[in-house]
Design a protein around this ligand. Structure first.
Ligand SMILES: C[S@@+](CC[C@H](N)C(=O)[O-])C[C@H]1O[C@@H](n2cnc3c(N)ncnc32)[C@H](O)[C@@H]1O
Length: 252
């Protein structure tokens, strides 16, 4: 399909680990208002690219432009299911995944409600996670990509509760979010579901426009302390034990 000239083009790094690219950069297509791949997208994409996922069935929840789904496809996944609630994101991801190689299914919907079904070897997500003054999440507009409710965990918690049930024995989950969103709680929730979970990647990043715009509120609510305007993003990796075990007392 010929690219639509109205699509904004966004650069993504050629330097996904393990990837050989002759040009200096590749780019993804991105419709207006679709989340522009940022430090979090890239940290997650790098972590995905470092996983052994040849032949795997992968779900990318909150796919946006599809940048992480593309990384999974390039890393050798056999099938990639990409889900987003935004129509524009779904169209962008479809276009970007056209050339990605493996079987790809891009669906619009609210998290797992759009899951075509079956079990996964890997579930990845860069969900909305920035703490926001309003507990109610936006239903439209760019903020839907980052607002996570007052503790930033409205979507994160739903993923922690549901993803483990869709992973095969030995299956993995990789989720990126800010330390402000409390990665210890993410780890606890996943461990409660029987997974082994830990932080596998961290990166300090300068505040972007979203953090800057709510800096006063974040300081007032003590979600951030006085000091440098830097936040740390982390990738949590969680694994289902391979032995085919028991979840909540019942077999998977
Ligand atoms: C932070 S962006 C990440 C986009 C992309 N994965 C990346 O790393 O660049 C979060 C994405 O989540 C999507 N989203 C928000 N709420 C959602 C929901 N309930 N179900 C599915 N997608 C959702 C937004 O539309 C947005 O594209």
């Amino acid at each position: 399909m010929a690219p639509d000239p109205s699509l904004a083009s966004v650069a993504v790094p050629a330097a996904l680990p393990g990837e050989r690219v002759s040009g200096s950069r590749r780019s993804l297509l991105r419709l207006p208002a679709v989340y522009r791949p940022d430090h979090d997208s890239l940290l997650l994409a790098e972590t995905v690219a470092a996983e052994d996922i040849v032949g795997a069935r992968v779900m990318d929840l909150c796919t946006g432009s599809g940048v992480v789904a593309v990384a999974a496809a390039r890393a050798g996944a056999e099938e990639v299911v990409a889900i987003d609630v935004s129509r524009r994101a779904v169209l962008s991801a479809r276009l970007n995944l056209l050339a990605a190689g493996p079987r790809t299914i891009v669906r619009r919907g609210d998290l797992f409600a759009a899951d075509p079904g079956g079990m996964y070897d890997l579930i990845v997500s860069n969900p909305p996670y920035v703490p926001s003054e309003d507990e109610e999440l936006p239903t439209r507009g760019p903020a839907r990509a980052w607002d996570g409710g007052t503790d930033g965990r409205a979507i994160v918690d739903r993923i922690c509760r549901e993803a483990p049930r869709r992973l095969r024995p030995g299956g993995r989950m990789l989720m990126v979010h800010s330390e402000l969103t409390n990665h210890r709680r993410t780890i606890e929730m996943l461990e409660r579901e029987g997974l082994e979970a830990s932080v596998v990647a961290r990166r300090d990043i300068p505040f972007g426009p979203v953090m800057e715009s709510r800096e006063t509120w974040l300081r007032d609510t003590r979600l951030i302390a006085d000091g440098p305007r830097v936040e740390q993003i982390v990738v949590v990796r969680a694994t289902v034990p391979a032995s085919g075990d028991v979840l909540d007392g019942s077999p998977r």
